[in-house]
Ligand binder design. Structure first.
Ligand code: AMP
Ligand code: ZN
Length: 480
């Protein structure tokens, strides 16, 4: 296993990641609320965790990665009702859309993707435990609340001085909070179980406290512990989840088990778009699909979302997308160079470069890039080191270790620059005679006259042109 360091939110320190049980690294990431298409801010966070997952795997870790689906909360219920659709049908549709976007953006599927509505029993059991241990109480409104004053460590993750805040809440009449999301200065007892309200329509489950539904924070405590154990290695999400969501998760989980809940907390800083907070009212709100429709391929969107460090605010701009496209074109050129020099030929190279790297693979000229990635997932430094290595790669014959090195970096970053070969790396206009030869070669290939096709390829190469075949056509490229 190669070491991966990552900043930890609670201690504010950079730490080496280690599986507690010495073998499997157990990580949980808060997944999407499926009430509409995920936006590029959501994807910044999900892609960051995908790169963490990939980097750990490439570094030789065995990883158990769980990312949930929030399919019951205020937003999903409101969305389903506005449409007159059953909640389950509504959330299924948005879950499918999320999966399609993830596939386009090349996110690896997690090992498990539990949905909140499929784990109601576990959530009720957790509330029962908290009531039994004196951390929660049923209020007169049929809801059950977590008693924040019963948990001495409340505020440790978000570094909040709850004593100061409690005084403020008392004077401002604060007390209990039914909302799923609220601000730091609203520290208050929060709902574990919400009594059924008429606005919830048909959405409710039986519980020892009457019909109702779980509060949002509860699902992640119940499901993460069900899938990963009472103490696990890493938990993450976007920075907005640090408080109250993750603070409440700690209170619920540690209150119930008396054990440390999570060994390493990670939060990704939010995205700005063209310098402003993303918002429909500013006209700068984009889903992944919006960008694909504008002609920005998923590879380019992914690269742009990785161009900033996860602990810094990333300003997503259309100029940034253009820069990402140029950067990928350079990676595509490097891929062609490696393909041309790979001993087994181009097809064998494609099979090699698209396979998962083996633990301990060497990195060759990409060693600095790999080190930068393992050092707090510093993606801009990683890209910098890759581009520093490229001129040498094209000037000299690649060293043996450069091939697995390139594969390891592309895998860990989840980039497939070769997919852009046809549409994106600008082809040079070929003279008519060359095009004619290429057309003749393509026709011969189609007719399965491979010796003729090879002879024509050699003739084109002689004249200084390479032919790159794809499934349904070819591209001509002037030799470097
Ligand atoms: P949600 O679907 O609202 O539950 O959010 C899914 C994930 O996206 C959470 O980890 C959020 O913290 C994260 N997120 C939401 N907005 C942004 C943003 N503008 N930039 C980065 N991450 C975000
Ligand atoms: Zn969560």
């Amino acid at each position: 296993m190669e070491t991966v360091h990552l900043h930890e939110t609670c201690s504010r320190q950079r730490r080496a990641l280690q599986p507690e049980d010495g073998s499997t690294f157990r990580m949980y990431v808060c997944g999407p609320t499926v009430y509409g298409p995920a936006h590029i801010g959501n994807f910044r966070t999900f892609i960051f965790f995908d790169v963490l997952y990939r980097t750990l795997r490439a570094a030789g870790y065995d990883v158990n990665y769980v990312r949930n689906i929030t399919d019951v909360d205020d937003k999903t219920i409101r969305g389903a009702q506005a449409e007159g659709t059953a909640l389950a049908d509504f959330t299924r549709r948005w879950t499918e859309r999320f999966h399609a976007d993830c596939a386009a953006l090349n996110l690896l599927p997690p090992a498990a993707e539990p949905a909140a509505t499929a784990h109601i029993a576990e959530q009720i059991r957790l509330v029962e435990t908290l009531v039994a241990k004196g951390h929660a109480y049923a209020a007169g409104d049929g809801s059950v609340y977590f008693d924040v004053s019963s948990f001495a460590d409340y505020g440790k993750l978000a570094h909040i001085d709850t004593k100061a805040l409690r005084t403020q809440n008392e004077t401002s009449g604060g007390g209990r909070n039914l909302a799923d999301e609220y601000e730091r200065d609203a520290v208050a007892d929060f709902a574990l179980w919400k009594a059924h309200k008429p606005e919830d329509g048909p959405v409710s489950w039986d519980s020892p406290w009457g019909r109702g539904r779980p509060g949002w924070h509860l699902e992640c405590s119940a499901m993460s512990m069900a899938y990963l154990g009472e103490t696990f290695d890493l938990h993450g999400g976007g920075e907005d989840l640090c408080f109250p969501h993750h603070e409440n998760e700690i209170a619920q989980s540690e209150g119930a088990t008396g054990k440390p809940f999570v060994r390493h907390w990670v939060h990704a800083v939010h995205l700005l778009v063209e310098g402003r907070k993303m918002s429909k009212s500013f006209g700068n709100f984009f889903t992944a699909g919006d960008l694909f429709e504008k002609g920005h391929p998923p590879e380019v969107v992914r690269y742009a979302l990785l161009s900033g460090h996860y602990r810094q605010q990333l300003n997503f701009t259309f100029n940034g997308l253009d820069a990402a496209r140029s950067a990928l074109a350079r990676l595509e050129k490097a891929d062609r160079r490696l393909a041309a020099t790979w001993p087994g030929g181009e097809e064998a190279w494609r099979a090699f470069v698209t396979a998962e790297p083996a633990a301990g693979d060497p990195c060759g000229c990409f060693a600095d890039a790999w080190d930068a990635l393992r050092e707090d997932l510093n993606t801009p430094a990683t890209f910098g080191a890759i581009f520093k290595a490229l001129p040498a790669l094209s000037a000299e014959a690649p060293a043996e270790a450069d091939f697995p090195g390139f594969r390891k970096l592309m895998y860990a970053l989840g980039l497939r620059p070769w997919l852009l070969r046809k549409d994106d790396a600008e082809p040079t206009e070929a003279p008519a005679g060359i095009t004619a030869l290429a057309e003749e070669r393509w026709a011969a290939k189609k007719a399965r006259d491979f010796s003729r096709a090879d002879a024509l390829r050699a003739e084109l190469a002689e004249a200084g042109w390479n032919v790159l075949d794809a499934k349904d056509g070819y591209t001509l490229r002037k030799k470097d």
